[in-house]
Design a protein around this ligand. Sequence first.
Ligand SMILES: [Zn+2]
Length: 319
Amino acid sequence: MQLPARFLSPGGRHGKLSILIYHRVLKQPDPLLPGEVDAASFEWQMQLLAQHFNVLPLSEAVERLKKNSLPNRAVCVTFDDGYADNAEVALPILEKLGVPATFFIATGFLEGGMMWNDQVTEAVRHAQGNVMDLTQLGLGRHDISVDHSRFSSIKRLLGELKYFAPNERLEKVGEIIECLGTPLAQDFMMSHAQVKKLSQQGMSIGAHTVNHPILQKINSDDARQEMADCRDLLKDIIGQPIDLFAYPNGKPNQDYGAVHIQHLKDLGFSTAVTTAWGVSTAQTDVYQLPRFTPWDKKPERFMMRLLQNCMKTKIETVA
Ligand SMILES: [Zn+2]
């Protein structure tokens, strides 16, 4: 495995930087969240990286990418949104294996908040009975008698709510929760203390806006404020400057544009990551670094996909 990895992900002048993106690390596999990694899988994935790759803190990797001094098989690990399980489940594994990571936090959900999609998932998870009746909200009747039908209902609801305007959506989600009568957990996202702990253990903290809006859908001044307010609170929490940023949703053009890159520069951010797939080279815009997650359940396939991604140097960006 070392040889093809060295060949496909060289260092120095031809350096290539793979940046992995995670959201949650679940304690146990969860039939309602099949796309999220669980602790056992996350552990072998990190073990594989620690063994076969050079895992670097994001800031160091970007500096070395610019100076053509990246080691071969360079990888960074990042997390988006600020889930409490990042501190509770992922951190101990990262520490045990000596793997550095960067956590991009949406500060509006710290201390008891929850993103709208998670509110729906958790409300449906705890809904009682075999049928969930949301006809009075215009959202139909749903079979929730078994896990996979409960999962399908969640997917259907999220699909419908996606097209609502943000304010109407929040209102609708509130109505769903009220209708189902399921109180939501207060410790779903991190507390300030957990963010501070990550930083104290040597992990990096980056900004991900306050309310996680699609930047292209809000006005430019509000977008700038979202970036600045998030940065300022994180700086207060960890007592260190914040200069890394991840765009919410992160698709070039669709979710962010040139104006947002300019805001980041004006606000003093040094680096930003997207969700366009691919690998970074010295030519990649450091305000649009692509990220990627191998989704395979077996180590061999995971590794193969990670290496395949190293061949994708043509990356989608905004002009
Ligand atoms: Zn996010």
